[in-house]
Design a protein around this ligand. Structure first.
Ligand SMILES: Nc1ncnc2c1ncn2[C@@H]1O[C@H](COP(=O)(O)OP(=O)(O)OP(=O)(O)O)[C@@H](O)[C@H]1O
Ligand SMILES: [Mg+2]
Length: 246
């Protein structure tokens, strides 16, 4: 079963084709890493998956067998959460920042909100001590966790990550990837999906079930992670991996 089904997706901005007739499916439970050079169209593709982007001039995207365009936009963005390179912190404590995640959801009881908070901080590996700290005083890695916990307050089905570790140092990003690995089992259990863009191939190798490589708005490879690294499907992948090994 697929979660997303992308069919001949073409995105044009001005006179430029940013994505050129992409076709692929995301299977239930898969964690897919998107790689490729700068400007390949990775963020454009990810943003199309929860309608954060404009410019679709051809094809369609189905989510759970229904055209993405037919979903209520607010519900869609609640179900398909987008996590940016750097989490935005609002004035207040870490806990207040996390609770903001569901502040606009109507009809939630205090108990339900508290239960969600418990679950979110556990999954995002936030300690009880951290909750009381002013959000702006947290490190970059901790702020990313707060950003994830805030998203988890909405109980999303799908998590989209756009270079979540790009601004983190190597050690922090390593720890953050360990957190993502635990989230991955949750994704498998829920039969949902997650997509993450990264320039750090070791992260992709560590986390992904499948690798989707884009170049100049086209799919170069979409294969299981071991095949991507051990049996490059074409010369473009071989060249890309060579650069990585330098
Ligand atoms: N609003 C826009 N108008 C015109 N061109 C755009 C617009 N947004 C993005 N582009 C172009 O689309 C291409 C793909 O951009 P995108 O941000 O998706 O790339 P990316 O693969 O995420 O790159 P990076 O790894 O640097 O984040 C780039 O060449 C970019 O200049
Ligand atoms: Mg990008």
């Amino acid at each position: 079963m697929n979660t997303f089904s992308v069919n001949n997706l073409t995105v044009t901005k001005g006179n430029t084709k940013i994505l050129d007739s992409l076709t692929f499916d995301i299977e239930q439970g898969d964690f897919v890493c998107i790689v490729g050079p700068s400007g390949a169209g990775k963020s454009t593709l990810l943003r199309q998956l929860n309608r954060l982007d404009y410019g679709m001039t051809g094809g369609n995207i189905l989510w759970n067998d229904k055209d993405l365009g037919t979903y209520d936009i607010h519900k869609l963005r609640q179900d398909i959460a987008y996590i940016f390179q750097k989490a935005v912190m609002f004035p207040g404590t870490c806990e207040q920042n996390i609770r903001m995640g569901c502040m606009y959801e109507k009809g939630l009881s205090k108990d339900e909100i508290d239960q969600r908070l418990e679950a979110a901080i556990e999954k995002a590996e936030i300690t009880k001590e951290m909750l009381k700290v002013k959000a702006e005083a947290l490190s970059g890695g901790q702020q990313q966790r707060v950003g994830i916990a805030r998203c988890l307050m909405l109980n999303p089905q799908v998590l989209l990550f756009d270079e979540p570790t790009a601004s983190l140092d190597v050690e922090t990003s390593h720890n953050f990837c360990l957190t993502l690995k635990t989230l991955k089992s949750d994704i498998k259990a829920k039969k949902s999906a997650s997509l993450m863009i990264t320039h750090r191939l070791e992260e992709a190798q560590f986390l992904a079930d499948k690798i989707l490589m884009l170049d100049a708005g086209k799919i170069v490879a979409y294969v299981p992670v071991d095949d991507f690294f051990n049996k490059p499907v074409n010369e473009r992948v071989t060249d890309f991996l060579k650069a990585y090994k330098l």
